[in-house]
Design a protein around this ligand. Structure first.
Ligand code: GCO
Length: 464
């Protein structure tokens, strides 16, 4: 920590961001933040009563994680929470989005609550507030209690009720203190990568299961919002979707059809029920027998008013009816994930969503990039990440100037962490983590973000 103090003093101020507050609704200012999730940073997987999550179990299976790692220690955030909050404060980042580990606060996903687990989040929230940082809570960032998976997981409709119960308990304890609650982070990932491709926990490979899971995730979101509001929860409630605009590889009819299909499976399958109360007909037809079982009342339950919609944006999608012979990324600017850097996609996505849907206020809840960072003395010159963030903020600004109601932006991620199936091989942080010593070192991108945030916005606050 002592070593990092100096670099916080250096002024790297760059361009001004004064266009943001003025272009937004007068009742609120623009939110600048940074994101993490529980499993990716906390560690302490066996401590103080935490139960196993599906990710703990998935990591123990053979060849699921590139570097054969797991979340047992991760960034040791559970023990270094105060240091991490101090870093957010030193970087002058006004909002912090984190997730609660369900199995830490309810080890079996039903029944007994784990007070020790709640105490940790209570300390975190209090520390953030003490430093003037707004806490934004996500309830589900992929770490289902394994005990619920043993009973069928998200494919089992009972899990919906357990989630609503968990959501109510978290809200009962924390909603008077936190700035917002998100039900789910990226239901597409949970459904498809977790249950169709099997690349993510719980490693199931079935389209039918995946689509049922997607439906239950959406249903649990809607029922949770309804219940929280009945319980008089007053803070903004919403959901976070991963979205990429899809472009056809060529102008051929086959590629254009594939674009429509990919768009339907990634974007409309989630946006339509949330905003319009129905699934897209072309996708239902495409799925046929793999379409989910939907009970009467489900669609109305899903279509709850959203106080905000979170969007996670990293890259665009290219739809190609026949797989290309050479790598689709040839000649493109890519990150260490192999994802194309395409800021224009963020503008296009936001403008399109605004055109097709009656949108609530939008928050970019994740945007960032992995690069192979190398410390050079006490600095990490991650120029490419800084450029990535700058260019995407500019792309978001363009969408705002075109009339889209975007009210916040969060960088993924506060610090390097467990990147799911990639283990610790990919670094997304604006703070470098030396996993051997757990020393944190803000990268140049963190310093740039600090200077950008402080250059013109005095009090960035959430919409309440
Ligand atoms: C995501 C996840 C993050 C990832 C990030 C980079 O929402 O996809 O929230 O957990 O680490 O997106 O892949």
């Amino acid at each position: 920590m002592a070593k990092t103090t100096n670099i916080f003093m250096k002024n790297q101020a760059t361009e001004s961001n004064s266009n943001f507050p003025q272009s937004l609704d007068k009742r609120s200012s623009f939110v600048w933040g940074v994101s993490t999730s529980a499993f990716q940073i906390e560690g302490a997987s066996l401590e103080e009563g935490r139960g196993d999550s599906i990710w703990d179990v998935f990591c123990r299976q053979k060849d699921t994680i590139k570097d054969h790692s797991n979340g047992d220690v991760a960034c040791d955030h559970y023990h270094r929470m105060q240091e991490d909050v101090n870093l957010i404060a030193a970087l002058k980042i006004p909002s912090y989005r984190f997730s609660i580990s369900w199995p830490r606060v309810q080890p079996l996903g039903e029944g007994t609550w784990n007070e020790k687990g709640f105490e940790f989040y209570s300390r975190l929230i209090n520390s953030l507030i003490e430093k003037g940082i707004s806490p934004h809570v996500t309830l589900y960032h992929w770490d289902l209690p394994q005990s619920l998976q043993d009973k069928g997981g998200w494919e089992n409709r009972e899990t919906v009720n357990h989630f609503v119960n968990y959501a109510s308990e978290v809200a009962r304890r924390f909603s008077h203190k936190v700035a917002s609650i998100t039900t789910h982070n990226e239901p597409w990932v949970v459904a498809i990568l977790g249950h169709e491709s099997g690349m993510f926990a719980p490693g199931v490979k079935s389209t039918k299961t995946a689509m049922q899971v997607a439906h239950h995730l959406l249903l649990s979101h809607g029922l949770a919002l309804k219940t929280l509001r009945q319980n008089d929860v007053k803070i903004p409630l919403g959901i976070v979707l991963n979205q990429s605009p899809i472009y056809p590889a060529t102008d051929s009819e086959a590629d254009r059809k594939k674009t429509q299909l990919d768009d339907g499976l990634l974007i409309r399958w989630y946006m339509d029920p949330l905003i319009k109360g129905s699934y897209p007909q072309d996708i239902l037809t495409y799925l046929g027998e793999n379409a989910p079982d939907v009970l009467p009342g489900d669609m109305q339950a899903i279509q709850q008013p959203l106080d905000f919609l979170g969007i996670n944006y990293y890259t665009r999608g290219i739809a190609c009816a026949t797989p290309p012979t050479e790598s689709a990324n040839t000649g493109k600017e890519i990150t260490a994930m192999g994802w194309e850097v395409y800021p224009q996609g963020l503008t296009d996505l936001l403008v399109r969503l605004d055109k097709d849907y009656q949108l609530p206020p939008i928050y970019i809840m994740e945007n960032g990039a992995a690069y192979d960072d190398q410390p050079s003395g006490d600095r990490i010159h991650d120029k490419e990440r800084t450029q990535y963030i700058k260019r995407h903020i500019a792309a978001m600004q363009e969408a705002i100037s075109l009339g889209v109601n975007v009210r916040g932006y969060f960088v993924w991620s506060l610090m390097d962490n467990f990147e799911w199936a990639e283990g610790y091989t990919k670094r997304f942080g604006i703070i470098f983590v030396d996993y051997k010593t757990q020393r944190r070192l803000p990268k140049d991108s963190a310093l740039w973000y600090r200077d950008f945030i402080t250059s013109n916005i005095s009090k960035a606050q959430f919409i309440r």
